[in-house]
Design a protein around this ligand. Structure first.
Ligand code: ATP
Ligand code: MG
Length: 565
C-alpha cells in the first residue's frame, strides 16, 4: 500500500526489537480503535495509515475496532461512516471489524475476577464526590469510605448494579489501586458506571457500561493485539493499562504513544467539528471545507494522496503542527499524474474572432494529459465566438502581464494565436467583449505553429460550452492555529476565527462540452485554474457541479506578491 518504502521511526524500531526478542512470538497485530461518536478526520488518517502500514510491512494484521462504550453519544450512522472512510482510504477490513460491545460479557467476567482478588470495589460516592476526593497533582487523594467492602459484599452489590436495581450514578465499580499514587489515573479509577440507556448494538441488555480505560486494554488483549499504538495523551494511562492486564493475568500488548497530528488553518477536535456541523457553520460532516475524510473525499482529495501525506509526515513523540500546504502538495503531486486536462472558464469574457468564418466549426484535437501519454486525446470544438477568463485580459497591462491586452497576442491552447484589436465596453465602462483577429497558420501543424508568443490561455467555444456551478474553497479558518493563538496572548473562541470567504460559489461558468458527462467523484485539471472534482451530492446527470480541490501554483500571483514587496 505504501507508495515509497516507509521511513523507519521509533515505533518500527521497537517492533523490530520485539520481533527479534520473540516476546510476542514474532507476531505483529495492530488495530485502529475509533469511538463511533463522530466522523473520521485527517488526524485519524495518520493513525489508520500507521497501524495498517505497520501490520502490512511486518506481515501482520490490523483490525478496525469500534470502541463503543458510551451509548449516549454513539450512533450507527457513525459506525457506517467510519467503515466507509477506512475502506475508501484503501484498507480492507472486511473480516476484521470488531466491537468493544462484543466483549461486554468477557469484561464483566474480568471484573468479577478483580473483585474476587480484592482489587475492585463498589463505591456509593457520586461522580462529584469521587472527583473531590481524588486530590490533585500536588495533593494525595482520600480513600472512599466504601473502599474496604469485602469481596462478597462487592459481588452482591455489583450483581445488583448489573441487574438494574440502582438508578444512574448511584454506584460505580472502581479498581482498588492507590489513592496516593503520583499518577491520578491510578487513584482507584472507575471501571463501570450505571447508565440506563439502550446501546446501538446490545440494546437493553446492559445498564452498566465500562469506562474507556477499563475497556480498551482488555479489548486489545482479547483480540491478541501485540502493539497498541495511541496518541500521547494516553502516556499517563499506560501504568493503568498494564495494571489491569497484569492483575487479570492475560495477554499483555505493548502500548506505544505517538504525537497526534495538528494541521494549520483547521481544527481536529471532535467536539469542535461537531459544533461546526450542529451550529450550521458548514453544510455537514462532508462539507468540502471540513478536515474530515468525507469532506476531503467530496472536495476531490484522492486517498493515495492522503496516504502519501501520512507517510511523509512520519511519526514522533514530540508535538508538532503540519502545514496544510504539505497536504495540498501531496494532492497536486498525485493529480498531476492522473487528472485529465480540460478547459473551463470561471468568469467568462466573450471574444469574437472577427476574421474567422461565421458558421465554421473546427474540431481540434486536445491531448488529455501530457504527463500520461496513455491518456489519449479528445475533440475541442472551435468557432468564431469563444470565452476566455476575465482575469486574462487587462486594458492597461504592465509589461510582465503575459496575457491578453490591446494590441497584444496570446496563444489559445490547442488552437490559434489571436491578437486583441478592439475592446467593447458597456455604458458603465465595463469591458464586455473583445474583438480579435487570428493567425490562421498558427494552429498545430500550420506554417506559423511554432511562432513564439509569451502567454497561452484556456478558452471554450461559446456555442458549445455549457453553464455550470463551480465552488471555490479557501481555508476554513483564517489563522494558522485556530485552536490556540499563543502569539497574540489572547484566546478567541474558534468560531470567531472562521474565514467568511472560505466558500465562493460561481454560477454561469462555461465548461467544454466533454465535461457534460462527467460523473460524481471524477477529477480533472481545469487548465491554469486547478484541480476540480464533480460534487457527489449536488450534481445531476448532465448537470455536474464542480468543487475546486486545490489550485495550481499561480505564476502571476507570485510576481504580484514580489512587486508588492
Ligand atoms: P475523543 O476526544 O472523542 O476521544 P479522538 O479524536 O481521540 O476523540 P477516537 O475515536 O478516540 O477520537 O480516535 C481513534 C484513534 O485515532 C485513537 O487511537 C486516537 O489516538 C487516534 N487519533 C485521534 N486524533 C488523532 C490525531 N489528530 N492524530 C493522530 N491520531 C489521532
Ligand atoms: Mg479518543
Amino acid at each position: 500500500m505504501s507508495e515509497d518504502k516507509p521511513a523507519s521511526n521509533f515505533i518500527r524500531e521497537i517492533i523490530a526489537q520485539d520481533i527479534e526478542s520473540g516476546i510476542f512470538g514474532g507476531k505483529v497485530q495492530t488495530r485502529f480503535p475509533p469511538e463511533p461518536n463522530g466522523y473520521l478526520h485527517i488526524g485519524h488518517a495518520k493513525s489508520i495509515v500507521l497501524n495498517f502500514s505497520i501490520a502490512e510491512d511486518y506481515g501482520g494484521t490490523c483490525s478496525l475496532r469500534f470502541d463503543d462504550t458510551n451509548p449516549i453519544k454513539e450512533e450507527q450512522e457513525y459506525v457506517d461512516a467510519i467503515t466507509k472512510d477506512v475502506r475508501w482510504l484503501g484498507y480492507d477490513v472486511e473480516e476484521k471489524i470488531y466491537y468493544t460491545s462484543d466483549y461486554f460479557d468477557t469484561l464483566h467476567e474480568y471484573a468479577l475476577k478483580l473483585i474476587n482478588k480484592g482489587l475492585a470495589y463498589v463505591d456509593d460516592l457520586t461522580a462529584d464526590e469521587i472527583r473531590e476526593m481524588r486530590g490533585t497533582l500536588t495533593e494525595p487523594g482520600k480513600d472512599s469510605p466504601h473502599r474496604d467492602r469485602s469481596p462478597d459484599e462487592n459481588l452482591n452489590l455489583f450483581d445488583k448494579m448489573t441487574m438494574g436495581e440502582f438508578p444512574d450514578g448511584a454506584k460505580t465499580l472502581r479498581a482498588k489501586i492507590d489513592m496516593k499514587s503520583g499518577n491520578l489515573n491510578m487513584r482507584d479509577p472507575v471501571m463501570y458506571r450505571i447508565l440506563h440507556s439502550p446501546h446501538h448494538r446490545t440494546g437493553d441488555k446492559w445498564c452498566i457500561y465500562p469506562m474507556y480505560d477499563w475497556a480498551h486494554g482488555q479489548s486489545d488483549s482479547i483480540e491478541g493485539v501485540t502493539h497498541s499504538l495511541c496518541t500521547t495523551e494516553f502516556e499517563d494511562h499506560r501504568p493503568l493499562y498494564d495494571w489491569f492486564l497484569e492483575n487479570l493475568g492475560v495477554h499483555q500488548p505493548r502500548q506505544i504513544e505517538f504525537a497526534r497530528l495538528n494541521l494549520t488553518h483547521t481544527v481536529l477536535s471532535k467536539r469542535k467539528l461537531i459544533q461546526l456541523v450542529q451550529d450550521g457553520h458548514v453544510s455537514g460532516w462532508d462539507d468540502p471545507r471540513m478536515p474530515t475524510l468525507s469532506g476531503l473525499r467530496r472536495r476531490g482529495f484522492p486517498p493515495g494522496a492522503i496516504r502519501a501525506f501520512c507517510e511523509r509526515i512520519g511519526v514522533a513523540k514530540a508535538f508538532s503542527t503540519v502545514e496544510v500546504g504539505l497536504l495540498e502538495f501531496c494532492v497536486r503531486e498525485e493529480l498531476n499524474k492522473t487528472a485529465p486536462r480540460v478547459m473551463g472558464v470561471l468568469r467568462p469574457l466573450k471574444v469574437v474572432i472577427t476574421d474567422y468564418p461565421e458558421n465554421q466549426i473546427e474540431e481540434l484535437e486536445a491531448e488529455n494529459n501530457p504527463e500520461d501519454p496513455g491518456a489519449g486525446s479528445r475533440i475541442m470544438p472551435f468557432s468564431r465566438e469563444i470565452y476566455i477568463e476575465r482575469d486574462d485580459f487587462m486594458e492597461d497591462a504592465p509589461k510582465k502581464f503575459f496575457r491578453l491586452a490591446p494590441g497584444r497576442e496570446v496563444r489559445l491552447k490547442h488552437a490559434y494565436i489571436i491578437k486583441c484589436d478592439e475592446v467593447i465596453k458597456d455604458s458603465n465602462g465595463e469591458v464586455i467583449e473583445l474583438r480579435c483577429s487570428h493567425d490562421a497558420g498558427s494552429k498545430s501543424g500550420g506554417p506559423t505553429a511554432d511562432r513564439k508568443v509569451k502567454g497561452t490561455l484556456h478558452w471554450v467555444s461559446a456555442a458549445h460550452a455549457f453553464d455550470a456551478e463551480i465552488r471555490l474553497y479557501d481555508h476554513l479558518f483564517m489563522e494558522d492555529d485556530p485552536d490556540n493563538d499563543p502569539e497574540s496572548g489572547q484566546k478567541k473562541d474558534f468560531i470567531e476565527l472562521l474565514n467568511p470567504g472560505s466558500l465562493e460559489t460561481l454560477k454561469g461558468c462555461k465548461l467544454e462540452p466533454s465535461l457534460l458527462k462527467a460523473k460524481a467523484g471524477e477529477r480533472f485539471q481545469f487548465m491554469r485554474l486547478g484541480y476540480f472534482c464533480v460534487d457527489s451530492k449536488d450534481s445531476a446527470p448532465e448537470r455536474p457541479v464542480f468543487n475546486r480541490t486545490v489550485t495550481l501554483r499561480d505564476a502571476w500571483a507570485k510576481i504580484k506578491k514580489k512587486q508588492a514587496k
